[in-house]
Design a protein around this ligand. Structure first.
Ligand code: AMP
Length: 196
């Protein structure tokens, strides 16, 4: 039973690690990016509203994303814990989540921060663009996503550090190495949790 959020810039490998952690702890992997993309594919109202922001690499407005997450966290499969990948991404979203969890008496157990230096990120993104022959508008959207991260999401590490919930994980290395570091941190977190 764990309630976790993952933080880190685009390109830190969060999604891959999220899948591994969720499998290991048998908790649902809730990715806001995946839910939004499914809504776009399904042509829902939410998908229509989110599409332009996502294509540009901008964040989708807080109101839409918060409502979507309140609904998702009300589902039965969340009773034994969950892992949020891609939420919260702004202080407003983090406050909404705190408020919801406070009301339910379900505290967050940990926020894992996948730490990659800006130099390393720029290298990874440039490498990927070259390999994939990314068109200009896609390249622009990637850069825009990074800008959004530094302007709006990076400050969440302080938000959770102040609550004593943040755990830094060095995200440079092989996928397996990073998973090993994440599992070690989570073992420590679980061992300190009171039984419930
Ligand atoms: P991701 O797959 O997590 O990289 O998300 C892809 C895109 O979905 C982002 O670039 C945003 O446009 C949008 N998105 C995902 N999660 C959020 C969020 N918590 N708040 C706002 N926009 C989001």
């Amino acid at each position: 039973m764990l309630r976790l959020i993952l933080l880190g810039p685009p390109g830190a490998g969060k999604g891959t690690q999220a899948t591994r952690i969720a499998t290991r702890y048998s908790i649902p992997h809730i990715s806001t990016g995946d839910i939004l993309r499914a809504n776009i594919e399904g042509g829902t109202e939410l998908g229509l509203q989110a599409q332009d922001y996502m294509e540009r690499g901008d964040l989708v407005p807080d109101g839409l994303v918060n409502e979507m997450m309140v609904d998702r966290l009300a589902a039965d499969d969340t009773e034994g814990g969950w892992l949020l990948d891609g939420f919260p991404r702004t202080v407003k979203q983090a406050e909404r989540l705190d408020d919801l969890l406070g009301r339910r008496g379900e505290p967050l157990d940990a926020a894992l921060y996948f730490d990659v230096s800006t130099d390393e990120l720029t290298k990874r993104i440039a490498g990927r663009a070259e390999q994939e022959g990314r068109p200009d508008d896609q390249e622009r959207a990637v850069r825009r996503r990074l800008d959004e991260y530094f302007q709006k999401t990076a400050q969440l590490t302080d938000f959770y550090r102040e609550q004593g919930l943040l755990h830094d994980i060095d995200a440079v290395g092989s996928v397996d190495e990073v998973t090993g570091r994440a599992f070690a941190v989570l073992q420590e977190v679980s061992s300190r949790m009171p039984p419930r």
